[in-house]
Ligand binder design. Structure first.
Ligand SMILES: *Cc1c(COP(=O)(O)O)cnc(C)c1O
Length: 416
């Protein structure tokens, strides 16, 4: 290491990187607070101009003028239409993705359906570091499966040793929400299938952030958030992916009228609609879908390959600058290998909560994840290299002044 050349990255170098950045023009599509550096798009993406236009159009013209006739002129098709817009972001084929509900509900539906496809098996395997909502809903679905089902939350690095012919389903979150580690989609899906189990991926921190190819990975089912990297707005609907081969086979365990083959025949018994429509349970939220529709526009002006290249450059730069400017202050929890990194950087610090609060006070919005993680999301659509530089400058100010110990930054908010 001694002979390694230390490159001190300057602000001018960052400005030069922004000048060459092919994604730079997309920043103008977003409504961002002047002077603020937003490193929390992994939790809630910002508003884009197209979102505002699309929502205004619903209020002014669709709901506003057509009223109930809106259902007959396009609203019903929104869940499948938006699913087809999301499909290319995850490598799905047309007709394999639908937008509805929110993520926890979608996982419940997929788990319920999947358990019925492996009636002789009694185990769901998942990661003990998984997002808590996934763990809660899987437990609840297991209790209601109609046969004994155990949810085994394991250390994911030992997954292979827990796979056997009693495992019905494996559910994993592809990018760890705390550490930012990206799991090996192809390899894990392959070993799960080898054991005869089904694979359900949670793409909450992956969609719109890292390229995914569910088709070549052979993924059975997946679901993800609309409001994180997809920027669909607070509480935006989720999406669900059901591989074509499972359509008509995997049953939606929460059937409702709008997933019926003929909803307006008002028949007393359920008959699922063809294809992904069967995953709709109840009335789609048209205003929320309009917002998500607008949010997806910007993804059509670039590619996931370009987004990924810039994401890695941004996270590399952040990690390098933190190492240069604040040696010894933080432990970088996020993997340094590109293949194992999502689009966020997690830094461990004893006073992580105070650090994040002090940074927010200084105009850099990141977030805290208990017990000791400072989490920073990097969204290539609107972040500049110079933002990374300036964010680290402000972090240096917080760390050297020890303002993170300030009493006003230590009172815990309910939402972190
Ligand atoms: C954000 C998130 C959820 C929760 O999504 P809801 O739409 O609020 O239900 C679930 N799982 C993971 C991994 C998440 O990051």
């Amino acid at each position: 290491m001694g002979s390694e050349v230390i490159t001190v990255t300057t602000r001018e170098q960052c400005v030069a990187l922004d000048e060459q950045d092919e994604l730079a023009p997309l920043r103008a599509e977003f409504l961002l607070n002047e002077g603020e550096i937003y490193l929390d798009g992994n939790s809630l993406g910002p508003v884009s101009r197209a979102v505002r236009q699309r929502v205004d159009d619903v209020l002014d013209h669709q709901w506003g003028e057509q009223l109930v006739r809106g259902w007959g002129s396009g609203w019903m098709a929104q869940p499948t239409r938006l699913g087809d817009r999301i499909a290319p972001l995850i490598g799905a084929r047309p007709g394999e993705v639908l937008v509805a509900d929110t993520l926890t509900f979608m996982i419940a539906k997929l788990v319920g359906g999947a358990l019925n496809l492996r009636p002789d098996r009694h185990v769901i395997l998942t990661d003990r570091a998984n997002f808590h909502s996934d763990l809660y809903i899987m437990e609840a679905m297991a209790r209601r499966a109609g046969r004994p089902i155990t949810v085994k939350a394991i250390d994911r690095s030992n997954l292979a040793s827990h796979l056997n012919d009693d495992v019905a389903l494996v559910e994993l979150t592809h990018v760890d929400f705390r550490t930012g580690e990206a799991l090996d989609l192809n390899e894990i899906t392959r070993v799960v299938h080898e054991a005869g189990a089904l694979m359900l991926w949670d793409f909450a921190h992956s969609t719109g952030a890292v390229p995914l190819d569910v088709t070549s990975a052979g993924v059975d089912f997946a679901a993800g958030c609309g409001y994180k990297y997809l920027n669909g707005g607070p509480g935006a609907p989720a999406f669900v992916y059901v591989r074509r081969e499972f359509q008509g086979v995997l049953e939606n365990p929460l059937p409702g009228w709008l997933g019926h083959a003929r909803p307006f025949d008002f028949e007393p018994t359920y008959e699922p609609a063809a294809g992904m429509q069967a995953w709709v349970t109840s009335s789609p939220s048209i205003i929320a879908l309009a917002a998500l529709d607008g949010a997806l526009d910007v993804f059509e002006r670039t590619t996931m390959t370009a987004i990924r290249a810039k994401s890695l450059a941004l996270t590399d730069l952040f990690i390098e600058l933190v190492g240069q400017r604040l040696p010894g202050h933080f432990t970088v929890v996020t993997p340094l290998e590109h293949s194992r990194r999502g689009s966020q950087v997690a830094l461990r610090h004893e006073h992580a909560y105070g650090v994040i609060q002090a940074l927010i006070g200084g105009g850099v919005v990141g977030d805290f994840r208990a017990p000791d993680i400072c989490r920073f999301g990097f969204t290539p659509l609107y972040l500049r290299f110079v933002d990374v530089f300036d964010a680290v400058e402000r972090l240096v100010a917080v760390m050297t002044s020890e303002s993170y110990l300030d009493e006003r930054y230590l009172v815990r908010n309910a939402v972190t």
